[in-house]
Design a protein around this ligand. Sequence first.
Ligand code: PLP
Length: 454
Amino acid sequence: SKDYSRLQQLDAAHHLHPFTDHKELRAAGSRIVVRGDGPFVYDSEGNEILDAMAGLWCVNIGYGRHELADAAAAQIRELPYYNSFFKCTVPASVKLAARLVELAPDNINQVFFGSSGSESNDTALRLVRHYWALEGKPEKNIVISRENAYHGSTIAGASLGGMKPMHKQLGGAVPNIVHVIAPYAFEGAEPNESDEAFGLRAARAIEEAILAAGPDKVAAFIGEPIMGAGGVRIPPASYWPEVQRICRQYDVLLMLDEVITAYGRTGEWFAAKTFGITPDTITTAKALTSGYQPLSALLVGDRIASTLVEKGGEFYHGYTYSGHPVCCAVALANLDIIDREALINRVRDDTGPYLSEQLYQKLSGHPLVGETRSVGLMGAVEIVRDKASRLRFEPSGHAATKVRDHAIANGLMVRATGDTIIMSPPLIWTRETIDLAMDRLGTALDLALDDLSG
Ligand code: PLP
């Protein structure tokens, strides 16, 4: 433990963390996570924590899968690296591309690899603009996104995203990206408006933005099927069909960001299937390797790919680690496990519906809870001061943060974003794991209620 306190000192002295207030971090010190096994991680103090966030929405097969270590080691021994720039390729990336195309919606037959979701969204943005230029319409380059969307942390990713604090720090966003309202009924619907009517209104905000700019100026719309970092905002059922209709009507490409939702989270390989969407691009990362290696895959629909091939000319874009053989080998082993253990069917038919029911039965009656919601193994609990009016606590009260901190202290890793507690556990969770999580979250809510009413 002496070694660990030294590590904590070194962490404070030398390590800048992502999305962190370093003044706060220095005061608190970091928790050192040392090991993972199944649904649990362990810290240097010996605490066992049930990881309801699957790391950062990524460790879908759980921790400690030696099969993935073996796949990585075998690939490193055989060929640790080669690129796919000079008309070369490597077997693992070809096999993975072919495998992803089998799983993807029928109109998707091409894959472009990167190392992260952010990079992959950069690729997607470059590619849709390149597509319209190849089609002789370079002025068709505006991309419509949503407020509170999260599409990554590179300049392009943050510009596509709709997080206000991120935009403030950009010092100039990528031009020609506009943001419209998100389909977040809990906060956005008027008192007498049904969720379905609100879903249509939110979709029509896209149409208004297209008409305001002129359809000949709009390249694409980008959206997460379910907004993740924005607070697991699940759109009303009316939303996506209307978005699809609008994109078709105005010849606007549909870009889905499935960095969180792909590879089983919603009970299908892709949330495109869950919501009946036919996208032109799908950005994926995270659970592609269950987070065991950094890898992203942009799935590219036939419309864009065939123009790229037929018109020819170089697409001046790519990364040293595009199609990295070790990452691709690990992804293949990961997909094998998801397949073999039928994890996605389990989410769709058993644990997904059970989570939804248990969130409702165990937590929705709590005085702090305004709403519970989930799709597959992706869920949220809204924290309110008053249930009936949905009135929130003052931001300075940090109500959701209090719930989160009690949950972690009680052995459950959840995340707080704004007034929402979010969960995105490994797909290996069983009904028993869900029961344990509900117990721990229930206790955390009780303790937070004491703090907030004290
Ligand atoms: N898009 C979505 C929907 C995400 O949730 C994230 C990360 O959380 C990203 C993109 C960015 O991915 P990365 O952090 O791998 O760059």
